[in-house]
Design a protein around this ligand. Structure first.
Ligand code: ATP
Length: 231
């Protein structure tokens, strides 16, 4: 579904992504892994068009996205849940969920019922301000906001960061349900190894801005973990 090839990205003079390649097969849950500062967030932002790429290809269902605007990329069917969630704290839950719908007149601004079936707590809290929600609830809101646009690929940047352990399991269950039952393709950045092992089929490891290893999750062995993940 998604094929990134030989992607290069610079922050000013600083070469951050070096010929990075990443494949996300249709229907899979693929986990992008690596230590802090290795380029995972930069890769997702570059893929979404929030940072410019110097060279390379970003193919989504065979269409080249690299020179397309962030809006066009999202409209083509990619839902993005950024690191830190980036919900609007002053807006209500309802307003946060409706933000993305503004770009799609055909939705008539109606939040799909599916969002409340997945996240009943959001229905109870529709009139509460986003900033008043717990970390776990904010993460549900951020995922709900991305799903409101009915994406084909859901991209999540460290969805479990800063969230209580019992809620981490809940978020994992929801991602697994979306992927396995609803057949939504998922690309996930995740540092928590047990979580990644539980929900992902494939991994790609980034090290110093380079994609150094990729494979099925059960091929992520102790040597790779020691070399590229252990702090
Ligand atoms: N806005 C920026 N300007 C310059 N350099 C940046 C910027 N953002 C990130 N970097 C650098 O780019 C490199 C990759 O950072 P990035 O945030 O993509 O890593 P990461 O793997 O997502 O790490 P983390 O897990 O900590 O989020 C790091 O060396 C970082 O210092």
């Amino acid at each position: 579904m998604l094929d990134i090839r030989n992607l290069n990205q610079f922050y000013g003079e600083s070469h951050t992504l070096w010929d990075v390649s990443l494949t996300v097969p249709t229907g899979s849950c693929t986990c992008l892994m690596g230590r802090n500062g290795m380029g995972k967030t930069t890769l997702l932002k570059t893929m979404m068009g929030l940072l410019p790429a110097k060279s390379g290809e970003i193919l989504f269902e065979g269409n080249e996205l690299r020179k397309k605007s962030p809006e066009t990329r999202a409209l083509s069917g990619i839902g993005y849940v950024p690191q830190g969630r980036e919900i609007f704290p002053q807006l209500t839950v309802e307003e946060n969920l409706k933000i993305g719908l503004l770009t799609r007149p055909e939705t008539q601004g109606i939040i799909p019922d599916r969002i409340f079936e997945l996240f009943p707590v959001l229905k109870q809290m529709l009139k509460r301000r986003g900033g008043d929600l717990s970390g776990g609830q904010q993460q549900q809101l951020a995922i709900g906001r991305a799903l409101a646009l009915n994406p084909k690929l859901l991209v999540l940047d460290e969805p479990t960061e800063g969230i209580q352990p019992n809620v981490v399991r809940e978020i994992g269950d929801i991602i697994q349900h979306l992927n396995q039952t609803e057949k939504l393709t998922v690309l996930l950045v995740e540092q928590k190894l047990p979580f990644a092992r539980r929900i992902a089929h494939y991994f790609t490891l980034l090290d110093k801005g380079k994609s150094v290893s990729t494979g099925k999750m059960d091929e992520l062995d102790d040597k790779l973990i020691q070399t590229y993940l252990t702090v």
